[in-house]
Design a protein around this ligand. Sequence first.
Ligand SMILES: *[C@@H]1O[C@H](CO)[C@@H](O)[C@H](O)[C@H]1NC(C)=O
Ligand SMILES: *[C@@H]1O[C@H](CO)[C@@H](O)[C@H](O)[C@H]1NC(C)=O
Ligand SMILES: *[C@@H]1O[C@H](CO)[C@@H](O)[C@H](O)[C@H]1NC(C)=O
Ligand SMILES: *[C@@H]1O[C@H](CO)[C@@H](O)[C@H](O)[C@H]1NC(C)=O
Ligand SMILES: *[C@@H]1O[C@H](CO)[C@@H](O)[C@H](O)[C@H]1NC(C)=O
Ligand SMILES: *[C@@H]1O[C@H](CO)[C@@H](O)[C@H](O)[C@H]1NC(C)=O
Ligand SMILES: *[C@@H]1O[C@H](CO)[C@@H](O)[C@H](O)[C@H]1NC(C)=O
Length: 171
Amino acid sequence: MAVSCSFLALSFFFFLFTLSPLPVSATDHIVGANRGWNPGINYTLWANNHTIYVGDYISFRYQKNQYNVFLVNQTGYDNCTLDSAVGNWSSGKDFILFNKSMRYYFICGNGQCNNGMKVSVFVHPLPSPPPSSSQHNHSSPNSAAPMVLEYLGHKFLMLSFVFVMFGYVLV
Ligand SMILES: *[C@@H]1O[C@H](CO)[C@@H](O)[C@H](O)[C@H]1NC(C)=O
Ligand SMILES: *[C@@H]1O[C@H](CO)[C@@H](O)[C@H](O)[C@H]1NC(C)=O
Ligand SMILES: *[C@@H]1O[C@H](CO)[C@@H](O)[C@H](O)[C@H]1NC(C)=O
Ligand SMILES: *[C@@H]1O[C@H](CO)[C@@H](O)[C@H](O)[C@H]1NC(C)=O
Ligand SMILES: *[C@@H]1O[C@H](CO)[C@@H](O)[C@H](O)[C@H]1NC(C)=O
Ligand SMILES: *[C@@H]1O[C@H](CO)[C@@H](O)[C@H](O)[C@H]1NC(C)=O
Ligand SMILES: *[C@@H]1O[C@H](CO)[C@@H](O)[C@H](O)[C@H]1NC(C)=O
């Protein structure tokens, strides 16, 4: 009994340890930021303020059943038409992963496209050497994050070991 509990606890911490770095590696760009996916917002302004790379996500947040999201081509985007749709989402919290560097066009399919519910994003290829932000020349902050997490992960692992051994002795 005690052994299987220790094993469970250990597995749990291993799980934490191995999974925690994942969410850091890809950025989730929330379309419209805190205003979400709604009519009357200029998404060109939002898109101009975001740099998106292959491997990043964008996510559309909206009232489910009220709006939706269609991936269309430029004609569909310009004219608010769905003939060119190659994908659609309607969960209210739709995550879209970009595998390829190109321009993507999304519109709302329920008539609100003409009220501004359209967004076009250019997805940049992954830069081979991480892009140095305009001011900073040396190591980017992005590359430091996983190392910190890994360090924390090791700490967690050690702590859980102590915890588990202690629990084992007590039982
Ligand atoms: C949104 O903003 C862009 C950039 O300022 C502008 O060119 C465009 O006309 C605006 N769109 C609408 C629908 O107001
Ligand atoms: C652009 O992004 C910055 C940082 O995320 C934010 O503070 C600013 O409000 C944004 N501006 C617009 C127009 O969305
Ligand atoms: C899109 O709209 C423009 C005018 O706004 C029109 O000239 C063009 O034929 C339309 N394209 C399609 C594919 O409907
Ligand atoms: C978009 O798709 C429609 C329908 O498939 C097609 O008629 C149109 O030429 C396409 N537009 C572009 C810019 O590829
Ligand atoms: C939405 O996508 C599904 C598949 O994911 C497809 O079966 C359906 O026809 C699409 N709906 C429209 C309106 O294009
Ligand atoms: C990215 O690739 C996955 C898996 O192949 C696919 O399901 C998804 O639709 C792709 N994303 C885009 C935006 O095409
Ligand atoms: C990076 O630093 C070097 C010298 O350390 C400098 O010559 C160069 O202009 C810097 N590059 C950028 C993009 O700041």
